[in-house]
Design a protein. Sequence first.
Length: 345
Amino acid sequence: MQQSETAPLSRPVTERSKPAHGGPPAFAAIDIGTSSCRILIARPKNQGFCVIDSYARNVRLGEGLVANGVLSDQAMDRALEVLTVCAQKIDHHKVAHMRAVATEACRRAGNIGAFVSRVKRELDIDIDVIDTEEEARLAIAGCLPLLTRDVPHGLVFDIGGGSTQLIWLGCRNGNAEVIGTHSIPNGVVSLTERYGNRLGDPLAYDTCVAEMAGAVKEFCMLHGIADAVARGEVQMIGTSGTVTTLAGIEMGLERYIRSQVDGASMSFDRIGTLTEFLRCLELPQLAAQPCIGEDRAELMLAGCAILEAICTCWPVGRLKVADRGLREGILLDLIHRHDGPADGR
């Protein structure tokens, strides 16, 4: 599928009263994913924004979706609890403009209307269930500052809970153009539910890697990505909990620190070594690892399998780690649409 950088901003965007203090207004972006729910609140500054608050929790909204085709009551309750905190933060910071988007789990859920209505009724938050093209566009908007513009092509991937997004870019004259996007309907939650604890077994793990590698072949051939990689014309950016967690472990962080991880670089050799190490651990040992914890432990091997498939198909040799993406893209869209670049206060 093709996707232009100039794709129109879809609705709804929630408008709220501007702050009385006369300073730049606050903007909020909410990302309701298959695994986690996150909010970022910021004010415009220079050509971007300055974050004033953020919050994220693992809610497993897509739990059981593969088997049942609907969001469970328990999963919706967990999401509502986190969205209630988000609503409180929005009110506290007197947010002027906000947008809440939902991705793969909500795209696939047969009862999504009930969830959207409940959130609107209880919290007065409009949820925009975006398609895969819009998700890719917003994700790349958030990652653009990390691109090296003198490399002809960029490959950006986002390993989500219910899907994996791939974005193929052309970089020239200081600009980046989206050439094509591809959405694989498998992420860390859906693969974990399907494979269960069998991913600790080498055969099951290799099967999962092969499945994901096969899912990118058509996209690879369509755009000649492997040939461009062989010519040394590709840079890679990974934006996902899997990649940022591996980077945190690589740095020896005792707890995850976004400012140290975002923008870091990792070699494929180190990614392979860390993956082999994690695959040898039992679930309690994974949970005990700094930067993983109990919430992510069960999902970690599925993420490693997806990442290994990407690195195997496109051996760029090194990737840049992005702890940014969808929320940042939403914020930039909102700021440019409503106020334009700010003068930095």
